[in-house]
Ligand binder design. Sequence first.
Ligand SMILES: Cc1ncc(COP(=O)(O)O)c(C=O)c1O
Length: 343
Amino acid sequence: MADTIVDLRSDTVTRPTAGMREAMATAEVGDDVYGEDPTVNALEAEVAALFGHEAALFAPSGSMANQIALQLLVAPGNELLCDADAHVVTYEIGAAAVYGGISSRTWPAIGADVDPETVAQMIRPDGYFAVPTRAIAVEQTHNRGGGGVIPLATLRELRQVADDAGVALHCDGARIWHAHVADGVPLIEYGRLFDTLSVCLSKGLGAPVGSLVVGSAEKIGQARLIRKRMGGGMRQAGILAAAGRYALANHIDRLSEDHARAARLAEVVAPFGVLATAVRTNLVPLDLTKHALDAPALAAAARAEGVLISVLGPRTARLVTHLGLDDAGVTRAAAVLARLLAA
Ligand SMILES: Cc1ncc(COP(=O)(O)O)c(C=O)c1O
């Protein structure tokens, strides 16, 4: 039965491949809280180098990696700016406020688009009774923004805005690999634009667990303490880091297959007027505002035919392609969705 299911809910539903499991089973490990896990140390060094930074820190989740970075950049009672749909203010359960005492202010989200001028105008300097802005966060690719990619030129303008104001720039790069593959921008080009990045090995790259915070040696030293405080110190984590190293070596280039399959799904649903935005990467956002079926009804009908999709709101749904799919499954899902949307 499981083999007949096509799971388009998220790119986090992947399972480790045989090669990845082999790498995990044979990983050299040690106690990482003592800094003695050679596989974790190797992963951290590799990821830091990929982004042209001095250091990186392995964390159990993207949310924890983001929140460690935000605590590095914004002291309690100070302010973070990001868009209103950003993962850090939408899905991290108020963590910036709860753990970091951070005040967040948002600009309206328009897909993945960012207007550096709008952001510049929001920045509040130190001053009499105004909450000072300390950091700006952007998301690459943008999850609720339908997998949209922020162009390199826009990110460079934002860097200039941050420099002019003396504030830090953070990238929630859970799917930065997808942006790299879609736009052909080297990871190191992205890396040098940000003070900190969080990157995930468990979104589309197929690792079961794991994210990293990337930054300067000094920041990552502090990050290690914040991670421990948040309960994220792990012991023989090399078993997980081995999965991440395998994912980096084997699963980045193949993301173009996921993008092509997402484009095929987008092509099939577009004639029904339900495509929310143009598809750039592996996410296909659906806007069912004008359709007879709402999101839960479409999801239930698709589920009955072995196709799983995500419901993000009453009229918003999402299809996601990933490592766990093949062409036959995507073709079947496309046929099911086309039939349901045509009814
Ligand atoms: C853009 C983005 N950032 C951060 C995260 C958080 O990752 P995790 O679920 O590992 O906490 C996600 C999860 O899907 C995400 O899409």
